[in-house]
Structures are given as structure tokens and as C-alpha cells.
Ligand binder design. Sequence first.
Ligand SMILES: [Zn+2]
Length: 233
Amino acid sequence: MGISRVEQLFEEARSNLRKLRYNLAYDKFTEAMELAPERPEIHYNRGFAASLLYRWEEAIECFRMALRLDDHPDYWAHLGLARLHLRQWEEALYDFNRALEIDRGHRVAGAHRDDLVRFLGDQLRLAGATPPLCHGWYDPRLESYVGVDPEIVNKADRVQLREYIKEALDSPDAPGGCDHTHRFTEEWALHHGRDPLGVSRFLYDRGWRCDCEVLREGAGQKPASRTGELDSR
Ligand SMILES: [Zn+2]
């Protein structure tokens, strides 16, 4: 009985992850965890949901709890990735090394370990520099997406959205063109009763990081790919 309730919550959580409802997924994993705190994969998936919400400290706590129950290389790798997001280089290196001790061929841990070793060994490294594989992870705009669920903007919506942006960028409202924010995207979302942050996060996560980049899809251009953590999923 107890087991089946946990399974049910776990499945609901995973289904919510697929629908980009990360907050709901996180809550379901939390419920499952409370019923079955001895199951490491629940902590791990809860950490994964927290990381999709850019809540890295919480993600770290979850991965550490998973690791107390099972010394799994994927848990170490994800712990390392969360630490990279917090710029905890030495700690991340330790975590990747632990993953590699268990699984020498761990692809994510191996790539980030090598990247970090080169980065930390660079005597001429500039203050504020980041490891090459983490390129794009520290965009200040991400701060505003902490805890925000993306709101799906489907293809038909995006056609409308592009028309709105094109018109706005050609108007006196935007004398300098795109200011490289989602200013008009968010305006469009508000006009349509949608969550402006959720909409802009959805587009950001897909590589359309400002209004003029959203327009590029209409010109048949592919968005800039997201690097790094997605490789491990
Ligand atoms: Zn722009």
C-alpha cells in the first residue's frame, strides 16, 4: 500500500517534469521522499527538479542525501554540476573525481573534470572567468528564473509573438532596436494573460535569449544550443 503510493507520486512527479511543471514535480518528489526517505533515487530526482528551477543549494542538499544512501556516479556528477553553477570549482572537481573513481568512463564527469583541471591550472586566468564547458551558465538573467516554471509557447503562438516583436522593434518604442532582453516578449505575454517570466524562460531555455533572437526562428535560423548540463540528461 505504502509502496504503491510512493510509486504513484514518483510517476506523477516525472510526468510533471516532462510537462515542464518543475514546481509541481518538486513537490511530488518531496511527498514521495517523506514516505520513502530510504530511497536514493527519489532524493536524486528531487535534486534534479530543484536544479531545473535553478535552486542549486537545494539541489546540492538532495544529491548529498542521495549519496548518503548510494555511492552512485551519476549522483556525484550531478552534485558536481550543481556546484559548478555556484562557482564552487574545487568542490566540483572533488565530486567529478569521485564519480570517475566509481565509473572511469563517466562521460559528463570526465568532460567537466578535464575542463576544470585546465581551467584551475591556468595561471593567467582572469577574475570572473568560468570553465569553457560552462559557457552561458552564469547569465545574470537566470537569477530572475529561479523557481519559475517555463510556460510552453507553441509554434503557432510563436508566429504571433514574432509579429508582435517585429512591429514593436520597428516602432518609436524601440529607437535603438532590440535591447537584448525579452522586453516585448513579456509585453506580449501580459497582453495574452500569460506569465511573462514563464514565457521568457521557455524561450531563453531554447536558446532564444532576447527579442531579436526570438525573431530569428522566423528567418529559419536555429537557436544557439544550450551547452553543458543538458548533456547528462
Ligand atoms: Zn536582442
